[in-house]
Design a protein around this ligand. Structure first.
Ligand SMILES: Cc1cc2nc3c(=O)[nH]c(=O)nc-3n(C[C@H](O)[C@H](O)[C@H](O)COP(=O)(O)OP(=O)(O)OC[C@H]3O[C@@H](n4cnc5c(N)ncnc54)[C@H](O)[C@@H]3O)c2cc1C
Length: 546
């Protein structure tokens, strides 16, 4: 696949449209505006990293992690996995051309329609038919069910059986993955998924339909100029134009060097993700840009929760294989199936629970981590001395022979998306973004999700280990990969930051907007979705740029 990004020396002073960020929102905006014939420039803070270059060893993985904590930063700001530690909720996002699509599971889900009845959505969205926009995104992302015929991956079969025994509805997952070699909607050649399971450490096969594979090549083909390693700090009004203040990064083998520059544009599209776009608007407001005082409000972790059904009575095969997929025993894509815990009377009580694969790069740590986790925070859901003996035997096997055997091979990684109160706050402190959300780890949805994960574990005969960062020592801190909100859409500036098309309100009240400053990413979503968010981010972006 050809490289999409250009050298910084080709940056012009002025563009018609600057798109900041290259995840789902940025990809949609770049492709659609370039197709309209506009002079489009995409500025992405991360590197261009292609299939074949993603980490699949411990060392390679650690080099691709950047960590931001209240007391300082560790790791290169160009590393692919961007971890943000906060007191109340930790967030993981992607950094690179293609955004978080590089490190996600690619599950394509639409939320329950009742989610859109919430008055936190602007009236126009509550009344809109979003289906055409979801299907437009589907045409580009081409999500698919795993092909019929072959035996389902073991983790999927286990989740389906657990759903049946709990009397809950189960569906296979539709995932943005290619199952046969061919050319995609953007004309890029992709290879068929091998079922190695390493979707979230970056698909080295080129089977995952990341934004790098579709929307961005489409934008490039239609004339958009793409630049990586350019981080936008803030935007400023300058007559009819926008001044976009940036920092560029160049790296040699030993260090990263940076330089500041300012570009101008007629239109700016902020698509730097929930954290990135909110940070840019907060910083711009601090330097005098008139926006709603709601910037930073309405943050949600999408009710995310992770947990583990450890050392169950059956093989789960949920550890990635990188290049060594055993014939006839592939892990499958990261998530193959979903249990939908439904509640006809209250959509906020619902949750979707998926199985996942832990990438091979992390596997050496797992036998020890799980064995300790089971002792410290685990609950064994079955009893009997024979069962206990078998569990001990499997634990020993994993410790001696590694994560692809014994207790860890019988472990299911569970990920849930549900509904939180969506009222966390993002603030700039020492020029860095922090999440404040006291008490979020004690919200009622947490116990509901725990209860469901424990039930799945019991159906599989394992030990339930909750989210390792959620405990008394961490004051019940959470972890989300689905951050939403911060620049939420609303009917007016007293309630939100952008209107239903993502146009930024130009004062603290009323409905007046800047016509040519728009936000199109997860930050505009005003509440948790109870489902994985990528399709909704794309659909709202497709609608806004149309
Ligand atoms: C492990 C994991 C698994 C997931 N699995 C799923 C899944 O299966 N299904 C699903 O629907 N969702 C999933 N998600 C979430 C989903 O990927 C995100 O919700 C989605 O990518 C957000 O899209 P976005 O356009 O808002 O932002 P992003 O995709 O995060 O893109 C933002 C881009 O902006 C760049 N950027 C940030 N700041 C700046 C700046 N100042 N200047 C320039 N560029 C900047 C970033 O580097 C990034 O490239 C997962 C997330 C994770 C972490």
């Amino acid at each position: 696949m050809e490289r999409l990004s250009r050298p910084h020396s080709e940056l012009k002073d002025h563009y018609d449209t600057i798109v900041v960020g290259s995840g789902y929102g940025g990809g949609v905006a770049a492709s659609r505006f370039a197709r309209q014939g506009r002079d489009v420039c995409v500025l992405e803070r991360g590197r261009e990293i292609h299939p074949g270059e993603y980490p699949n060893t411990q060392f390679g993985f650690l080099k691709e992690v950047q960590t931001d904590t209240p007391i300082g930063r560790v790791g290169s700001q160009l590393a692919m996995f961007d971890m943000r530690y906060n007191k109340d909720i930790n967030v993981i996002v992607g950094c690179g051309l293609g955004g978080t699509s590089l490190i996600n599971a690619g599950i394509c889900l639409e939320p329950d329609p009742r989610i859109f009845e919430d008055p936190r959505w602007p009236k126009a969205i509550r009344e809109a038919n979003l289906r055409p926009y979801y299907s437009r995104a589907e045409q580009m992302l081409q999500p698919r069910y795993a092909p019929d015929g072959a035996a389902p991956p073991k983790k999927m079969a286990a989740l389906r059986d657990a759903a049946n025994s709990l009397n809950q509805s189960f569906t296979p997952a539709k995932v943005a993955v290619t199952y046969s070699d061919g050319v995609n909607a953007a004309g890029v050649v992709q290879r068929a998924c091998t079922g190695c399971g390493d979707c979230v450490s970056g698909c080295n096969i080129s089977a995952k339909n990341t934004v790098l594979m579709n929307y961005l090549p489409d934008a490039n083909k239609h004339g958009a100029k793409i630049f990586t390693q350019v981080s936008v700090k803030r935007v400023e009004r300058d007559g009819d134009r926008w001044r976009v203040h940036c920092q560029t990064y160049t790296n040699d083998d030993t260090r990263t060097q940076s330089r500041f520059l300012t570009l101008t544009a007629n239109t700016v599209v902020l698509a730097a993700g929930t954290l990135g776009s909110t940070e840019i608007l907060l910083r711009s407001a601090a330097q005098g840009l008139r926006v709603s005082s709601r910037v930073g409000h309405g943050f949600s972790g999408n009710g995310d929760m992770v947990g583990f059904a450890y050392n169950t009575d059956r093989e789960i095969n949920g550890i990635g294989y990188a290049h060594d997929v055993p014939p006839g025993n592939a892990a499958g894509v990261c998530s193959n199936g979903i249990i939908h815990f439904k509640n006809a009377s209250n959509v906020n009580d619902e949750c979707s629970l998926e199985e996942g694969v832990i990438p091979k790069a992390l596997s050496p740590f797992l036998p020890m981590l799980f064995a300790v986790g089971a002792q410290v925070t685990g609950t064994d859901t079955d009893a009997g001395w024979m069962d206990k003996l078998k569990e001990l035997g499997r634990e020993l096997t994993s410790t001696v022979r590694g994560a692809h055997s014994g207790a860890v091979k019988n472990t299911m990684f569970m990920v849930a998306a549900s509904n939180d109160s969506s009222d966390g706050q993002l603030r700039l402190e020492d020029d860095r973004l922090r999440v404040h959300w006291p008490g979020v780890g004690q919200q009622p949805y947490i116990q509901r999700v725990h209860h469901r994960m424990r039930a799945v574990t019991q159906a599989l005969g394992g030990t339930y280990i909750p989210n390792p960062v959620w405990n008394r020592l961490t004051r019940h801190s959470l972890l989300t990969g689905h951050p939403l909100g911060g620049c939420v859409m609303a009917d007016d500036a007293t309630q939100g930051v952008v209107n239903h098309f993502g146009r930024v309100f130009s004062s603290d009240d009323g409905t007046a907007v800047y016509d040519n400053l728009i936000v199109v990413d997860g930050s505009i979503i005003p509440r948790s979705l109870g489902a994985n968010p990528l399709m909704t981010i794309c659909a709202l972006a497709e609608r806004a740029v149309e």
